[in-house]
Design a protein around this ligand. Sequence first.
Ligand code: AMP
Ligand code: MG
Length: 404
Amino acid sequence: MDRVNATMPPGRYRQEISALVQPMPVVARPLHQCRGLVLAADAVAGVSLPPFDNSAMDGYAVRASDVAGADPDSPVWLPVADDIPAGRVDLRPLAPGTAHRIMTGAPMPVGADAVVQVEHTDGGTETVRIDRAVTERTHVRFIGEDVTQGALILQAGTVLNPPQIGLAAAVGIAELPVRRPPRVLILSTGSELVAPGEPLVPGQIYESNSAFLAAAVAEIGGEPVVLRFVPDDVDTFRAAIAAHAADADLLVTSGGVSAGAYEVVKDALAGHGVEFLRVAMQPGGPQGRGVFEGLPVVTLPGNPVSAALSFELFIRPALLGAMGHAATDRPRVRAKATTAMTSPPNRVQYRRGRHDAGRVEVVPVGGPGSHLLASFAQSNCLIEIPAGVAEVGVGDEVDLILLS
Ligand code: AMP
Ligand code: MG
């Protein structure tokens, strides 16, 4: 079970992690909880849009033939027979030779075929002076012009962003079937860790992986549940999981998976459904995954950049896939390196870089070290140097994974 020495190409490991995270169940959610989620079934319009012919302007509903030839030098005068605010439902028909004052969004009376906007009138309420002729259909929004009743408005698989959510509401839909967000338990390990905000003594460091991981899970629409980090103690680690495992979809741990002593995650999970291995990448070689007491687990190395890249390369696509996203990959481009770089043979190296849209070059940021958080925070792409490539020269083309 515990094949510590096995190495696996990152592409294959990525597939394994995606297979580990099951598709999320479909639930009905009110629209205000749907943003960023994936629609699980086609949505059909229960009403047309607009649902009735209505005025596109504040003005006067008329018969175009009654105001033919109107201009400022020879205006047409019409009696104002009715007043139609938006929301009025008890409409009377328009008699020939009259006008109804009408507001934007108010229903067109039967018999009217155009609207004269108020700016081309004297705004009268008893009689109105019309200074401009209109043709039939002018300033009228017709029933079904936008959407016809029964039409497919959103296809299953659509990502629900504000425009899609607004459309669903406009056709009267209150809730949509979506794949619910995965609940991701996040548990950092390390006896050296201290919570940000608390005092630090030499030998201790601030715990940063769970802050990164929680933000990264939330960014793609998942629900992070950050557990209080634990020291390198197997019993404490197991107890922390046990309290929360029941309603989680995935556990992501950090730290404690390398080859040293006090590898708490390895000690607690090896032989209990979780396999540890080396993935042929740098940073982020030591990894583990499996199912511990029914809960899928991915164990990340503790170095902050290793943990972050592992999330980016393996967990992010797995969660997106489980949520029903068809596109789980970041965009890739090729660019010319502005600096020479070396890379370990037989491993894929991920360097951090800056790449400006439309430019042909990428600027590596910082070195390859897995502890270099500041340069990671300044970068907007990963430079992927494939296994088998030991050197990249200035001007050589490299593959970029665009992070933002
Ligand atoms: P480990 O994988 O536990 O051997 O940790 C590798 C390195 O990452 C060590 O220098 C740890 O102190 C550091 N580290 C581990 N976990 C965290 C964390 N949650 N936040 C910040 N640094 C960490
Ligand atoms: Mg550790």
